[in-house]
Ligand binder design. Sequence first.
Ligand code: AGV
Ligand code: CA
Length: 311
Amino acid sequence: MPQALLFDHDGGVDDLLSLMLVLTMDHIDLKGVSITPADCIGDYAEESTRKLLQLFSQSKVPVARGNYHGINAFPLEWRAGPMVVNAMPLMINVEIAKPTEVLESVELLAQELQKAEESIAVLMTGPCSNLVRTLQRYPELSTKVKEVIWMGGAVDTGGNVVTYNHNSTAEWNVFWDPISSKRLFESGIPITLFPLDVTNSVPVNYSFLKDLARIADYDAANLAGQFWASTLNTIPAYEYTYYMWDILATSYLGIPDAFEFEEIPLKVATQAPNAGQTIRLKEGEYKAKVAMKVDKDRFYQYLLQQFSINF
Ligand code: AGV
Ligand code: CA
């Protein structure tokens, strides 16, 4: 039986690569894609999303747009990622049909959770606001969420938020909407978290990109290589590496046993100077299942294997 999945992303280049990766997985039945207007400009991210679904012959998958804008905006220069992607040779001429009315994310997530006969996994590679708002409006749907797989947080390592009035202890997806993040960790919903602690071990590196380019006769490898190349100009002066953040979390769907997990009670700070910090507690009512280590070689090999396909 294919495994049902809802996917909420925020349109970064690695979010779009994560969508590609999901679309290569035969064991996943993608029920819907929802876009959070965080690390992207929504219109362009919707276009990239629809183009990728079209290329992978899955244009029937519903796409929704979140209309909630978080508390701490992403830098605008990062949010243009999908504009570059949409102009790539394999993307620019892809024809997409946009429905006259696009669902709002909360409605899509609620509809699909409602319809699901069994509980269903939710993958999130941006902030968690859409899901948290869905469950606030429809609390009875909580039991339908089997597992939330989330790229977010920084537990025993520094964060990646460098901004005014902040001490850099937070990761961006949590920082964008610390209030919703706090609610998520207090909700008791099973969370499998992929924080910077584990994603720091998988940068986008040249040797991987060279391996990928060697199999660029495959459409998916070709396209993914172009996406990744566009990330190498990273980015404001304080950060010089683009990581496989979201792609690592997504790969858990295919290679769950490549990870080492620790059960950790966490709380989220909501005020300056550390808003969005995910703080390890000694004890707590709920524990998140936190990925702390990954078999890197297996992860990179898995990507090469999955992207060895034609559209
Ligand atoms: O903090 C990591 C999250 C991931 O979901 N995002 C990027 C990934 O999609 C925010 C982010 C941190 N540093 C960035 C980010 C950078 N240099 N460029 C773009 N986004
Ligand atoms: Ca993201």
